[in-house]
Design a protein around this ligand. Structure first.
Ligand SMILES: Nc1ncnc2c1ncn2[C@@H]1O[C@H](COP(=O)(O)OP(=O)(O)OP(=O)(O)O)[C@@H](O)[C@H]1O
Ligand SMILES: Nc1nc2c(c(=O)[nH]1)N=C(CO)CN2
Length: 165
């Protein structure tokens, strides 16, 4: 069994429903077990700022799939939920990014692990820190990566719905 973290993002309504459907779709695979889910955070758009606020969260899964198979499943779920690719970093009904897969480093045309932009995204690091506070990647802890970000980036990530534990 491998251990992986997947980041979810949405900024098209019904946002929470998109998360619910994506998680239900992940659960339909007998080779994917959801181990932990973060709270849901409401976050200011990063990159392309003229768009609605996002909901973001991170889930930890155990899986028998390869990283490439897991990426493929994430992309199938995006398609099912009507993801359209128009503006880069623009609005989306759902985005599922594979953040980490065991301690693997992968650098191919279609898949990069660790996710190439995760270390600069408070909307990823904060939910990840909630469920796996001691995690390290690319030689630094989540706290160290977060300390590199601006105060505003961190403040722009707010709890929207606390996880039930
Ligand atoms: N770790 C990864 N997780 C998801 N997609 C990845 C990863 N590494 C590379 N990719 C590639 O990135 C491509 C673009 O992904 P996508 O359209 O979701 O980008 P985006 O959501 O607009 O931006 P970002 O990748 O910064 O979140 C995908 O087709 C996929 O092949
Ligand atoms: N707050 C926030 N901003 C973003 C997000 C996201 O998920 N949340 N995703 C992006 C492209 O992947 C671009 N900008």
């Amino acid at each position: 069994m491998s251990n992986a973290f997947i980041a979810l993002g949405t900024n098209i309504e019904p946002r929470e429903e998109h998360f619910n459907q994506a998680i239900e779709s992940l659960k339909t695979y007998s080779s994917i077990h959801i181990v932990q889910m973060s709270s849901i955070y409401e976050t200011k758009p990063v990159g392309y700022t003229e768009q609605a606020d996002f909901l973001n969260m991170v889930v930890q899964v155990q899986t028998d799939f390869t990283p490439f198979e897991l990426l493929d499943i994430c992309q199938q779920i995006e398609q099912q939920l009507g993801r359209k690719r128009t503006i880069r970093f623009g609005p989306r009904s759902i985005d599922l990014d594979v953040l980490l897969f065991n301690n693997n480093t992968i650098d191919t045309e279609t898949l990069t692990i660790p996710h190439p932009r995760m270390h600069e995204r408070a909307f990823v690091l904060i939910p990840l820190q909630e469920i796996e506070p001691n995690l390290k990647f690319k030689g630094a802890s989540l706290k160290e990566w977060l300390n590199q970000l601006s105060k505003k980036d961190v403040e722009d990530v707010r709890i929207y719905k606390k996880a039930q534990r």
